[in-house]
Design a protein around this ligand. Structure first.
Ligand SMILES: Nc1ncnc2c1ncn2[C@@H]1O[C@H](COP(=O)(O)OP(=O)(O)OP(=O)(O)O)[C@@H](O)[C@H]1O
Length: 659
């Protein structure tokens, strides 16, 4: 839908409050009369903006409402108020009945009343006034409202989001400044309504404070290697429409995100977005949990993901849990999610390996699925198809592994509910850890390095783009888009307007960061509630055991392992549960094939556990392989082979979710 409406008369500031609005909201509702002029004739619209969004009511000549449309506030990402660029088309349109200077225009009588109003002009009105490139006698001001509304092409197809631009043209007054002031009033009312849908961490509390920015980490090697293009083409436009300022860092090597998140001063950012796959997100989580101040940072820094990897389990799981369409435009859906200003607590699992601990948000695997995940790396060029091809190969060459799996059922499934051992009350002690004695110390010792603006950031990370989504600079260069009104044809300015910070010498930091990682103690983050990996697990404490030959063990805490793998349908992001799925050796190939085939629809798990397939909702488990070789993965990344134990840390991270 692309709507363009001319304003014919100035009228109300606020009227009847929407249901549920409190008294404080009333001053932010705006409404007015607009009209559209089409070949078939003119139509009069009552347009109202309130907490629910825009309501457009078409009136008959008699004043009765004959049609009503809504653009929901939940679908709106942002708006701009602007002056038209000099163009023949607009010069012609300026000659219509209610343009300024027309003695019959209601604008004439109304303009005087408004000239003296004390409204502060917005950035856009000031800059446009001085813009020599505009102005050909048309004194209109335009408000463009960007929304992504849910649509269905046909009964059979999935819902998808379609970009919609609602255009309101203000031309009741004699001067552009007055019209712009009116457009700006609507713009401000909309910003206010949008902000009130956001959580506190996404909004700067006062105008004096620096606006909190978004940190973007992009892995140029993820998936089929086109994350940069995907970000430039599909994500920056949405961030710009939403006026979300961001700093983009392109990862330079494996572990870059761990170093970044564990060593940087993060105060400037309200959230961090991984543009890549689950591996990049895994590094971000682990970097954060390697910080001494992790307990302070985690609740105040929401994490988001733009799916550009080959698996994309987390992005798919988030969309699934919030009924957000995924398949038609996964990147657009994720971009809308990261600007939504909403977040949800997310469980993280602490994994104790023999030599170190890691943190996991998706899965821990041993056997079939991990083999496919890692071994199929050699056919990475096939993208997501690599998993299907290697699954068939592994099925034909089926392996089994010998080992012991001990587990603690989650409390409601436990035979001894309420026992005290391992009671996770959500209170985690700060692990006594050695200080990160190199880079963090260097930063904290020098207060000038704490400045959050990119130009002052310590110059360790190369390939930095900082882009302030200024309305004046950025939107100006794509004026053409609104003229067309063609949402799908809109042109966006390119990333070339970004500022690149090329770093001459990063060798010093590389050395420091490597030493910092090396020196950092492995037992960081929340402390473990489990016995040490070398200690026995006692039946009296509730530990239960499965032992023997296994085709695989996969522990999962999100619904999806990949876009097409609905592995743990009952999982929720914050249910404090690890779904431990075991397949025993001896399973027939047809049975296994049926299990694997049905994973895409989530119908692969038995209602009741059977001899070969078991689903165990647990809060902790230990894996002790009896073989001395094999593949173990955490979040799809290979880790050292050997015993490990895992425990869920309910809701310790925050993940960005759709509105
Ligand atoms: N610049 C880089 N060059 C090489 N490797 C990198 C770089 N940046 C990050 N990496 C590594 O790439 C690994 C995989 O990245 P990522 O998860 O983004 O993509 P993917 O593996 O294709 O996706 P998925 O994990 O969803 O399957 C990460 O574990 C990270 O360590």
């Amino acid at each position: 839908m692309n709507e363009s409406h001319d304003k014919r008369s100035t009228s109300t500031v606020s009227s009847t409050p929407p249901e549920g609005a409190d008294v404080e909201d009333l001053g932010h509702d705006v409404s007015d009369t607009f009209y559209t002029s089409q070949r078939k004739g003119s139509h009069v619209f009552r347009v109202r903006l309130d907490a629910t969004g825009f309501t457009l009511q078409r009136e008959s000549p008699a004043g009765t409402i004959i049609k009503e449309q809504q653009v929901r506030i939940l679908d709106i990402v942002g708006a701009r108020c602007m002056r038209p660029k000099k163009s023949r088309r607009l010069a012609m349109s300026g000659a219509c009945a209610c343009s300024s200077g027309n003695p019959n225009s209601p604008a004439i009588s109304a303009s005087g009343d408004h000239r003296g109003t004390a409204t502060t002009p917005s950035k856009c009105s000031i800059s446009s006034r001085n813009d020599p490139a505009v102005g050909d006698g048309d004194v209109s001001a335009y408000l463009y409202v960007f929304a992504y509304v849910l649509k269905k092409r046909s009964l059979r197809t999935e819902l998808h989001r379609e970009r919609t631009v609602l255009t309101l043209r203000f031309r009741s007054f004699d001067t552009f400044e007055d019209n712009m002031r009116e457009a700006d009033r609507w713009y401000r009312a909309l910003r206010w309504q949008l902000h009130r849908t956001m959580e506190e961490i996404f909004v700067a509390p006062t105008s004096d404070e620096r606006r909190r920015r978004v940190l973007v980490l992009l892995n140029p090697k993820s998936g089929s290697g086109n994350a940069r293009e995907v970000f430039n083409m599909h994500v920056t436009p949405v961030l710009n429409e939403a006026e979300v300022p961001y700093d983009l860092y392109v990862t330079k090597h494996s572990n870059f995100a761990i170093e970044f998140m564990s060593t940087r001063v993060l105060d400037a950012w309200c959230c961090v977005i991984a543009v890549g796959g689950d591996g990049l997100f895994h590094e971000i989580v682990n970097g954060l949990l390697q910080r001494e101040d992790w307990a302070h940072v985690l609740p105040h820094l929401a994490l988001g993901i733009i799916p550009c990897g080959s698996g994309n389990g987390l992005a798919r799981s988030i969309a699934h849990c919030y009924n957000e369409p995924y398949f038609s435009k996964p990147v657009l859906g994720a971009a809308l999610t990261v600007i939504s200003g909403r977040s949800s607590p997310m469980d993280v699992v602490r994994v104790q390996l023999q030599s170190r601990s890691v943190y996991s948000f998706l899965s821990i695997g041993w056997g079939f699925i991990s083999d496919v995940d890692i071994e199929s790396e050699r056919i990475r060029m096939l993208g997501y198809q690599r998993f299907t091809v290697w699954t068939l190969y592994r099925l034909a060459n089926l392996r089994t592994y010998n080992g012991k799996i001990s587990y603690l059922l989650r409390d409601q499934d436990s035979p001894e509910p309420g026992r005290s051992s391992g009671g996770y009350g959500g209170q985690y002690r700060l692990q006594s850890s050695r200080s990160c004695n190199t880079h963090i110390d260097k930063l904290t010792a020098n207060p000038s390095l704490h400045h959050s603006s990119t130009e002052y950031l310590p110059q360790e990370f190369a390939d930095v783009i900082s882009l302030e989504t200024s309305i004046n600079q950025s939107f100006r260069s794509r004026c053409d888009s609104w003229l067309s009104g063609g949402s799908r044809r809109s042109f966006y300015y390119s990333i070339s307007e970004s500022i690149y910070h090329s770093l001459a010498d990063e060798s010093e930091f590389s050395g420091l960061a490597a030493a910092s990682l090396e020196n950092r103690q492995q037992n960081f983050g929340p402390s473990s509630e489990l016995p040490d990996l070398s200690e026995p697990l006692l039946k009296e404490d509730g530990w239960m055991v499965e032992e023997g030959e296994f085709v695989m063990m996969h522990a999962v805490y999100q619904t999806h392992l990949g876009i097409d793998c609905h592995f743990a349908p009952k999982a929720q992001m914050n249910d404090g549960t690890i779904y431990l799925i075991l397949i025993r050796g001896g399973i027939s190939r047809p049975h296994l094939l049926s299990f694997l085939y049905n994973m895409s629809s989530g119908t692969h798990l038995p209602e009741v556990n059977n001899e070969y397939v078991k689903v165990l909702p647990v809060r902790a488990f230990r894996l002790e392989p009896h073989d001395n070789h094999g593949i173990i993965t955490v979040d799809g990344e290979r880790v050292e082979f050997g015993p490990l134990q895992a425990e869920v840390l309910p809701g310790i991270a925050r993940v960005m979710v759709p509105k």
